[in-house]
Design a protein around this ligand. Structure first.
Ligand SMILES: [Zn+2]
Length: 604
């Protein structure tokens, strides 16, 4: 054997091939993906199929996240056979004929409910209860009024009673339509110029609702982080600026659907979930990870470690993706923790990186940070694919499907690069910044046209903001509880650079968490959310007056899916579990592709 001194550094790393996938465009128009299948579905009447129609994606996000069953149609007659109808995205002089306007009025008089946004047509003015409207891009704030109404049931906290629509640093922000109410209409929310943002009008005993904003702007634009800085904080605070619209639709459905059924956001009948994560982005952050894992196990919790696979020296730090750090990762993995990628060079300039070729591999991919936010040889694909190649190669049983960007910098190409590199999940935004505390499908190009296959889990609480997580546990708990009230989740990010103060603080948070809250790692919850989002389900009547059949089919194996029934239940079949509250039914473990039928017998 010949020994040679080498300056080439540590031994080569093992890699596993990460195939480069093709982008699949679902050419089907979004409304064809959501067909009519049972009477309890909300009918979404898609109003504007013009040459460049605004697609229903923002409403699809809202309804799916809330677990509200719906279908999308262009057939008004079909829509009006359902009890609840949403007109989306707007109603103008071209949307309906006068006879159709009369049909809408008759529908409400006979017991139907309508929720609409941006109605401009005089032909339905008296139905929706407005005298006039004024479009503007200069309304920055919205406050809900004290008028009691069932659809405001979840808006109890100050951060929910008033929201920001954009920063006044911008001369113009999103379009809004301020209404002047007609006689008898009630104003449920005002813009800052005093015009009505949300109106309700009573017709006989039914109510119609009219919103002077588009969910494209107040939900999807926020989720894509293309809002006009509407967030009131960046991280560590409760910011439900987009969620209020989801919660209004949820309350609308629960209040007016007869015996409504909703797919709950949290598994196992639990109230909410705390999703724990650690970023490992420093040479000394590996060993303390074992302390966090131990404390989590002792508190019946679990977490995901996002690993920076730093194999190059650069201006920011020396390489540290080698032994014994790799052995620590194997211990974490075999101990039950889950592992995701936290890129390779963790650059502040990641959001400006080129996409790359998709053929980047170790060791020829040689990215280097040069300064504060500059780098050479680095691409978005390289950071995603090569980190996954290394994690999968060095850690037995690892399949890297979760990503978090360094410094939470997000390029527009991230959804595409993640999809094509075999990832399924991302956690690179903060919940405050995207104004939402529910996971969501991340649209391609962070745009408005189509979803990617990636789900986003934004960060709620992090550990670095002054005075540090250890001194902020009570505030963190308050945010977690505010989210729990809405059935939203809270993602906690704690860097594992030390385990003395931070692990004790995490333990304190876990100890104070209510017993009906799930505490788990991000990969496990994300797999649940993906299966939930893709679930096919229906509730249909049987010949017995107090019995319905819940039919479900999942593409993925999933445990703990939970349905909320408004009407009290006496018994259930099919291996499912009825909660003591008589309203929540937890399904048995579902196998991919299998149909499961559950008989629900209501209290008579
Ligand atoms: Zn980091």
């Amino acid at each position: 054997m010949v020994w040679t001194l080498t300056s080439k550094g540590p031994p080569p790393l093992r890699t596993k091939d990460v195939p480069l996938l093709e982008m699949v465009h679902r050419h089907a128009v979004v409304f064809q993906q959501y067909p009519e299948s049972f009477p309890l579905q909300v009918a979404v009447f898609w109003t504007n199929p013009g040459p460049e129609p605004e697609n229903p994606l923002p409403l699809v996000h809202a309804l799916k996240e809330m677990g509200i069953p719906f279908f999308i149609t262009r057939d008004l007659g079909q829509a009006l056979r359902h009890r609840l109808v949403i007109l989306y995205p707007s109603v103008d002089a071209h949307t309906f004929t006068q006879p159709q306007a009369e049909e809408l009025t008759a529908f409400v008089q006979q017991g139907g409910f309508i929720f609409a946004q941006n109605v401009f047509w005089g032909g339905v003015q008296s139905l929706f209860g407005f005298r006039s409207f004024a479009p503007s891009r200069k309304r920055y704030h919205l406050a809900f009024s004290g008028t009691p109404d069932p659809i405001m049931k979840y808006l109890n906290r100050p951060e929910e009673r008033a929201v920001s629509l954009g920063s006044d640093h911008f001369a113009e922000i999103i379009w809004s339509n301020g209404y002047v109410p007609g006689p008898g209409a009630e104003v449920l929310a005002h813009f800052d110029d005093g015009t009505a943002a949300l109106l309700t009008n009573s017709v006989v005993k039914r109510k119609v609702y009219l919103l002077g904003l588009s969910l494209l702007d107040v939900v999807l634009r926020s989720q894509n982080n293309r809002d006009y800085d509407a967030q009131r904080h960046y991280v560590n605070a409760f910011e439900p600026g987009a969620d209020v619209w989801l919660l209004i639709l949820r309350a609308w459905y629960e209040s007016y659907a007869q015996d409504g059924v909703r797919l709950a956001t949290i598994p196992g009948g639990q109230r909410s979930a705390l999703l724990l994560s650690h970023d490992v982005d420093w040479e000394n952050s590996f060993a303390p990870g074992l302390d966090f894992a131990r404390i989590e196990k002792a508190n019946e919790a679990n977490s995901t470690f996002f690993i920076q696979t730093k194999y190059v020296d650069d201006a920011n730090s020396k390489a540290f993706f080698f032994e014994p750090n790799l052995d620590t990762l194997r211990l974490l993995k075999s101990g039950g923790s889950t592992i995701g990628s936290h890129s390779i060079i963790h650059s502040r300039g990641f959001n400006k990186f080129d996409l790359g070729s998709g053929h980047e591999v170790y060791p020829s991919y040689q990215p280097r940070g040069l300064g504060f936010d500059t780098a050479s040889g680095a691409t978005v694909f390289g950071e995603l694919r090569v980190s996954a190649q290394l994690l999968d190669g060095e850690i037995p049983g690892q399949d890297t499907i979760f990503f978090r960007a360094g410094h939470l910098r997000v390029p527009d190409s991230l959804p595409e690069a993640l999809e094509r590199s075999g990832y399924q999940f991302d956690s690179s935004f903060t919940a405050d910044d995207v104004l939402s505390n529910f996971p969501y499908a991340l649209p391609r190009d962070l745009g408005f046209e189509e979803d990617s296959d990636i789900y986003e889990f934004p960060v709620t609480i992090e550990d670095e903001e002054s005075p540090g997580f250890a001194k902020r546990v009570p505030q963190a708990l308050e945010v977690v509880l505010a989210n729990a009230e809405n059935g939203a989740v809270s993602v906690v990010l704690i860097h594992s650079n030390e385990s003395t103060l931070k692990a004790a603080a995490e333990q304190e948070l876990l100890r104070q968490l209510p017993a009906d809250m799930l505490r788990t790692d991000m990969v496990t919850f994300a797999r649940f959310w993906r299966a939930r989002d893709r679930l096919q389900w229906s509730v249909t009547a049987t010949s017995a007056p107090a019995q319905v059949i819940l039919q479900v089919k999942s593409g993925d194996a999933v445990t703990g899916l939970t349905f909320e029934f408004r009407r009290p239940i006496a018994t259930v079949t099919g291996g499912s579990t009825l909660f003591p509250d008589n309203h929540h039914v937890v399904l048995p473990e579902l196998q991919p592709g299998h149909d499961v039928s559950i008989h629900i017998n209501y209290v008579q």
